[in-house]
Design a protein around this ligand. Structure first.
Ligand code: FES
Length: 479
């Protein structure tokens, strides 16, 4: 028996089957896909997917579409399929948010954010600025390696072309899902993702002195790739900073994108101090014993009521795991009820949050490592820029996790200084919004270049100050 891993909405469902089998049949059997507008004749492109592993060669319809089609591909053995999903909620939320200026050339344009875990695309009418469609999918490279360093390692060992093809296919599949092709695009992402997209050898990113041999700000196959700020502070941060508008104001401000790689930017007196710190995947629900991404049934809220822990799940579904925001809440609740001390020791062993979902001592340790990395990074940026925390006027939180997190609990566990809680401004996917701004107004490209020219990278590795703050921040703060 072969196994097909079906990735959808950040969740993976394995399906055992007798190979070979048509992909469409397998997806139907798993109840994973329902749309087949052209009746499965390979004409509409609406079943565009990304497939890795043992799969048939592209047929004529797939070659014409420029992507794999679920109605055409055949699975020959163990494989992974990544299903895009239209992100309708966000379309409604974001419609009209980006002002139309002097757009890039063409009638239809796409803004794309290639994240390490998720790829998101918006398709715009460049004559009106109207958002035409949006789609998202798990980054298919995740089947090869979960984090940036793992992917660099795989790429330098002969798989660069394969990783590059996967991400290009994913973008094509998302375009079709969002309504069709585009004349032009702005594609953002962290530095490694842009290296892999463009098929560039990423080995300079993996060895001392860890410097990129390009920071992009270039055209590539009809798409504009905005400037990265450093090997580990990517164009996604340039775009998020652009979207926040923080560099256009005199106010001192801090921006934090909480992901596997925590990226930080502090704006003060005309200089943008930037750095990145390896937080690990805990806040994305990975590497935690019952962790999961923000899927239906994920415990996303935990609080104390009458001395007992209460939970909420996404979509009010039966609990299936604990996602990042629930994890932070749970740790804060355990500190509140004194079942967890400031050293991170659980007083009474594992904590059962729901049937089959528990929090173990090793999970608490993972949270301590992650939050210490972010908090120490913030401390070093404040120190380097000679900034007192009280001077920060706005604290921007970028990324999906930042929008879902309960800020007071983030401060309670020591992820960032408590005095920043009242200054939080949630950006959401600032990277994608920044890319869309450039697409809809070319003036924003100049702003992005200005941001890059004003940035100053602060190195944390080998920094004694970072090490000292990191050790201190491993403890949870006193109440
Ligand atoms: S269903 Fe139309 S191309 Fe596959």
């Amino acid at each position: 028996m072969a196994v097909l891993q079906i990735w959808k909405d950040g969740h993976c469902t394995p399906l055992s089957f007798e190979a070979p089998a048509p992909l469409w049949e397998l997806l139907e059997r798993a109840g994973a896909y329902a749309r087949r507008p052209c009746g499965g004749r390979g004409l509409c492109g609406k079943c565009a997917v990304t497939v890795t592993g043992a799969v048939s060669r592209r047929n004529a319809a797939e070659t014409a579409a420029g992507t794999r089609l679920a109605c055409q591909a055949e699975i020959l053995g163990d494989a992974q399929v990544f299903l895009p999903a239209p992100a309708q909620e966000q379309i409604q939320t974001d419609t009209g948010k980006i002002p139309l200026g002097r757009p890039m050339e063409g009638r239809i344009g796409a803004a794309v954010d290639i994240g390490t875990t998720t790829v998101v695309l918006r398709r715009y009418d460049l004559t009106t600025g109207q958002l035409l469609g949006q789609a998202a999918m798990v980054d298919p490279q995740i089947a090869t390696a979960a984090d940036v360093m793992g992917r660099i390692d795989v790429a330098v060992h002969g798989k660069l072309d394969a990783l590059s093809a996967q991400i290009r296919e994913a973008v094509t599949a998302l375009l079709l899902q969002a309504g069709g092709p585009a004349d032009t695009a702005v594609i953002t992402g962290n530095t490694t993702m842009l290296y892999l997209l463009t098929g560039r050898d990423p080995s300079p990113l993996a060895k001392a002195p860890f410097e990129a041999d390009t920071l992009f700000d270039t055209l590539w196959e009809g798409a504009y790739l905005p400037p990265c700020l450093h090997a580990f502070v990517g164009a996604d941060i340039t775009c998020a900073v652009l979207d926040s508008g923080m560099c256009e104001r005199a106010e001192t401000a801090l921006l934090c994108d909480l992901g596997t790689n925590g990226e930080l930017a502090l704006w003060k007196d005309g200089t943008l101090f930037v750095t990145s710190t390896a937080a690990g995947p805990a806040f994305e629900g990975a590497g935690i014993s019952c962790g999961c991404s923000s899927i239906a049934g994920a415990i996303d809220r935990v609080w104390v009521e009458d001395g007992a822990l209460r939970i909420h799940t996404i979509g009010e579904q039966p609990p299936v795991g604990l996602c990042g925001s629930g994890l932070i809440d749970a740790v804060a609740a355990l500190l509140q009820t004194e079942r967890l001390d400031e050293t991170g020791a659980l007083e009474d062993g594992d904590v059962v949050l729901a049937p089959g979902v528990c929090l173990q001592q090793k999970d608490i340790r993972a949270v301590q490592l992650a939050k210490a990395a972010i908090a120490a990074g913030i401390a070093v940026l404040l120190e380097t820029s000679h900034t007192d925390c009280a001077e920060i006027g706005t604290f921007y939180l970028a990324g999906g996790f930042g929008s879902r997190m309960d800020a007071s609990n983030g401060a309670r566990i020591g992820l960032f200084p408590g005095e920043l809680t009242d200054k939080i401004c949630v950006l959401g996917n600032g990277a994608l919004a920044g890319a869309a701004r450039m697409l809809l107004d070319r003036e924003s490209v100049s702003s992005a270049r200005d941001i890059a020219s004003r940035s100053r990278h602060v190195t944390l590795s080998g920094s004694r100050s970072f090490q000292e703050h990191y050790m201190e921040q491993l403890l949870f703060p006193e109440p």
